[in-house]
Design a protein around this ligand. Structure first.
Ligand code: G6D
Length: 333
């Protein structure tokens, strides 16, 4: 394994660093201390060509100005909290009346403290952050530790740990958008998706869960058998911005043309699938204007807006508890 780092930019007088972890076979994982952003994953296709399979920008300025959370660690709480309310707390309302992705200057927009741990067959980048009580309205001084491990076998493991000194909420995710074609040369329409999920959480027009968990059977939300995303979208033309409750924690994305796949395994309750349908933005990603279906975000987390739906898994974190979750992404061709 090889570890290098380079300056990616500055925020005031603080240097932003890009870490690059490379296996002996040449598979690369890149991340930034800004937002704990995964800025690149280069893995071989069936012919051995290593190319980038996640959406990202070339410059720090673009991540700061325009990013739809490309590769970022999102929190304290991913997804929407309706009306930004929890008990007596008022959380930042940053999407109309709702709270989304932890509010402003959330985990995806801060500079994390980082350490590197090198071993023979893996390298860890260890990110830590102390979020003060009152951050975006959340109570509790929260200490968060996120470890990205890249192994010789091209497995990215994300471990998240947290502790608080007062009862608070915690439901982070990583917001990487995958495109396995390599350098986003094709869209995700020819990718196949499989999700071990028998029910999805219905969302309203405001994208907040209604509380109804609906069986996927006979609906466009049935990904229990691997299906082409184009086929799924033919039944669901408005796309997916959908929480799926997981049965076994397994999600599989593959692109037959390149032969690449990513097998995701998580301890989390759910995955939110965001298909980027209709995204038509001015910004340039890997040399292309951001367009519909250029990537797919697979956000492992607990079901969103759990604070308003007691039958969803609780995201309350109490003093004395040690939060731990793990998601692994295994790349192969
Ligand atoms: C999340 O669910 C949300 C989307 O609605 C949002 O637009 C995106 O992040 C940027 O996945």
């Amino acid at each position: 394994m090889k570890f290098t780092k380079k300056r990616f930019g500055w925020i005031a007088d603080q240097e932003i660093t890009e870490y690059q972890l490379t296996t002996t076979q040449g598979a690369v994982f890149k991340c930034l201390n800004y937002g704990a952003i995964v800025s690149g994953i280069e893995v071989p296709d069936k012919n051995g060509n290593c190319e980038n399979v996640v959406l990202g920008f070339d410059t720090l300025e673009e991540y700061i100005e325009d990013s739809p959370y490309f590769g970022a660690l999102v929190g304290r709480v991913a997804g929407r909290i309706k009306n930004g309310t929890w008990e007596t707390y008022k959380l930042t309302q940053n999407e109309g009346p709702h709270h989304i992705h932890g509010g402003r200057a959330n985990f995806s927009q801060i500079i994390w403290d980082t350490e590197v741990n090198e071993a023979a067959d893996f390298i860890d980048i260890i990110f830590t952050h102390k979020s003060p009580a009152g951050d975006n309205g959340y109570p509790g001084n929260l200490t968060v530790k996120v470890v990205y491990r890249w192994t010789e076998k091209a497995v990215w493991t994300m471990d998240i740990r947290a502790e608080t000194d007062a009862t608070t909420l915690f439901n982070p995710t990583n917001h990487t958008y995958f495109n396995l074609s390599g350098s986003a040369k094709r869209t995700i329409l020819n990718h196949k998706l499989q999700i071990a999920s028998a029910v999805y959480a219905e969302v309203g027009a405001d994208k907040c869960p209604t509380g109804r968990l609906i069986p996927v059977d006979g609906t466009p939300y049935d990904f229990r058998n691997s299906i082409f995303i184009s086929e799924a979208l033919a039944k669901q033309p408005t796309g997916y911005d959908t929480p799926f409750k997981l049965t076994t924690g397994n999600v599989l994305l593959n692109e037959p043309e390149s032969g690449r796949q990513v097998a995701i395994r998580t301890t989390r309750e759910a995955v939110v699938v965001f298909s980027t349908t209709g995204m038509d933005e001015e910004y340039i990603v890997m040399g292309k204007k951001m367009c519909s279906h250029l990537g797919i975000a697979l956000e492992t987390q607990e079901l969103p807006d759990a604070v308003h739906h007691p039958h969803f898994q609780s995201i309350v974190l109490k003093p004395g508890e040690q939060y731990f979750s793990q998601t692994t992404y295994h790349f192969s061709a």
